[in-house]
Design a protein around this ligand. Structure first.
Ligand SMILES: Cc1ncc(COP(=O)(O)O)c(C=O)c1O
Length: 368
C-alpha cells in the first residue's frame, strides 16, 4: 500500500466545482487584486478567529514581516522566538530590520518555553514571537503576562494553527497581531501563496493595510515605505469556498490523531504528541518522537508510508545566522526535536485502511 503524507488532489474533489465557479466569477469581474472577494474573505476569517480585524497579504512570510514592522521593530531591535520552526519566522525578523533572539522549546508541545523567556530579555527586546507549531497553541497566558510586564508586543505565528485554541481562544486572537499562511499544504490552503494578519486593534489594522500597499493609506500618498504584499482575488475566492469545509477537515485530522494516539501509545522508544490542558490541537502535522528516527523513516518509506522531518536543523545553527553567535548545545530540546521527530499522514483524506496500515507498519518496526 502507498500512503501519501499529503495528496491535495484527493481533497480537491469535495470543492472543485465551487472553486472553479468562484474563480470564474473573479475572471468575469476582473477585480483581480484586493477588491470585494478579498474583503469578504477577510471578514470570514475575522469571524472564524474571533477577532474584529483581518488584513489579507501575499503570504505567511509577508504577514510576519508586516506585523513586525507595524509594531515598530527597527534598528536591530530584538524579537524573541523559537529556534524550532519553519525558517520564515526568523527570516522575517531579519527582513523587518530586527534581530532574532532564540529561546528553547518545551519538550512536550515543541513550542516556546515561557519559563526561559525572562532570561533572554534585554533593553533592546521589542516583541515576543511565539509559533503555534504543528497546530497547537503556545502558552499564550504566560507569554502575554511576560509581554505585559515588560511592555513588549506579541505576534502569534499561527501559520500552522488556523482554528487551534488555547483556553477557548482562537489562534491569532490572543497577541497584538496573528499571522496566517495559506500555502497549499496548510490546513486551509489556496491555489498559490496567500496570507492574512489578524488584530483586535484598529490602529494596527490601519497600519497593516497601509504597509501591505506601499505604506500609503490613500493612493499615491505615502506616510512611510511599505511593500507590495496584496492578496489576489482568485486566492481569496478559492479560500472562501474552502473555509466552509475547514471545520469538517479539522474533525477528520483530530479523529486520525486520536486513532494514532490510541494505537501508538505506550510503545517503547516512540512518543505520541501530548496535548496541553485547554488546548485544541488542529494537527496540521502529527509528530511522533522516536529514539531511532532515521531508521524508522527509512522503514516507513520502504513500506510506502509518506513521512517527513520538520525541521532537521534548528534555526540557531543555520549558516545564515552564524553572525548571531549561537552554538550547538545551547538549545537542547530544540536540537533533540530536530533529531528525533517525524511527521506521519494525518490529513483528513487518509482512509481508515491507510491509517491502520501506518500503525501496523510502525508497530512492526518496533516488534509489537
Ligand atoms: C510556522 C510558519 N511560519 C511561517 C510560514 C510562512 O508562510 P508562507 O509559506 O505562506 O510564506 C510557514 C509556512 O510556510 C510556517 O509553517
Amino acid at each position: 500500500m502507498q500512503v501519501p503524507l499529503l495528496d491535495l488532489r484527493r481533497q480537491l474533489k469535495s470543492y472543485r466545482d465551487d472553486a472553479l465557479a468562484a474563480i470564474t466569477c473573479v475572471v468575469d469581474e476582473q477585480s483581480c487584486v484586493l477588491g470585494p472577494h478579498v474583503q469578504r474573505f477577510e471578514e470570514e476569517i475575522a469571524t472564524y478567529c474571533g477577532v474584529p480585524h483581518v488584513v489579507g497579504c501575499a503570504s505567511g512570510t509577508d504577514a510576519l514581516l508586516l506585523a513586525l514592522r507595524a509594531l515598530g521593530v527597527n534598528d536591530g531591535e530584538e524579537v524573541v522566538t523559537t529556534p524550532y520552526t519553519f525558517f520564515a519566522t526568523a527570516g522575517a525578523i531579519v527582513n523587518a530590520r530586527g534581530r532574532p533572539v532564540f529561546v528553547d522549546i518545551e519538550r512536550d508541545s515543541f513550542n516556546l518555553d515561557a519559563t526561559q523567556i525572562e532570561d533572554a530579555l534585554t533593553a533592546e527586546t521589542r516583541v515576543l514571537l511565539p509559533v503555534h507549531l504543528y497546530g497547537q497553541c503556545a502558552d499564550m497566558g504566560a507569554l502575554n503576562a511576560i509581554a505585559k510586564a515588560h511592555g513588549l508586543g506579541v505576534v502569534e505565528d499561527a501559520a500552522q494553527a488556523l482554528g487551534a485554541e488555547d483556553q477557548g481562544r482562537r489562534a491569532g486572537s490572543m497577541g497584538d497581531i496573528g499571522t496566517f499562511s495559506f500555502y497549499p499544504s496548510k490546513n486551509l490552503g489556496g491555489f498559490g501563496d496567500g496570507g492574512v494578519m489578524s488584530t483586535r486593534d484598529e490602529a494596527l489594522e490601519a497600519r497593516l493595510r497601509a504597509l501591505r500597499n506601499h505604506g500609503g493609506s490613500r493612493q499615491y500618498f505615502h506616510d512611510e515605505v511599505g511593500w507590495n504584499s496584496r492578496l489576489d482575488a482568485i486566492q481569496a475566492a478559492v479560500l472562501s469556498v474552502k473555509l466552509k469545509l475547514l471545520e469538517g477537515w479539522t474533525a477528520g485530522r483530530r479523529a486520525n490523531a486520536a486513532f494514532y494516539d490510541e494505537a501508538l501509545g505506550g510503545i517503547d522508544g516512540l512518543t505520541t504528541p501530548p496535548v496541553g490542558t485547554g488546548k485544541r490541537h488542529i494537527y496540521n502535522q502529527y509528530i511522533v518522537r522516536s529514539t531511532r528516527r532515521d531508521e524508522l523513516l527509512t522503514h516507513l518509506r520502504d513500506k510506502g508510508v509518506g513521512c517527513a522531518i520538520y525541521y532537521p536543523l534548528s534555526l540557531h545553527l543555520q549558516p545564515c545566522f552564524a553572525a548571531l553567535g549561537y552554538r550547538e548545545g545551547q538549545f537542547p530540546e530544540s536540537e533533540e526535536a530536530s533529531k528525533t521527530t517525524l511527521s506521519i499522514p494525518v490529513n483528513p483524506d487518509v482512509t481508515d485502511a491507510e491509517r491502520a496500515y501506518v500503525v501496523e507498519t510502525i508497530r512492526a518496526f518496533h516488534g509489537v
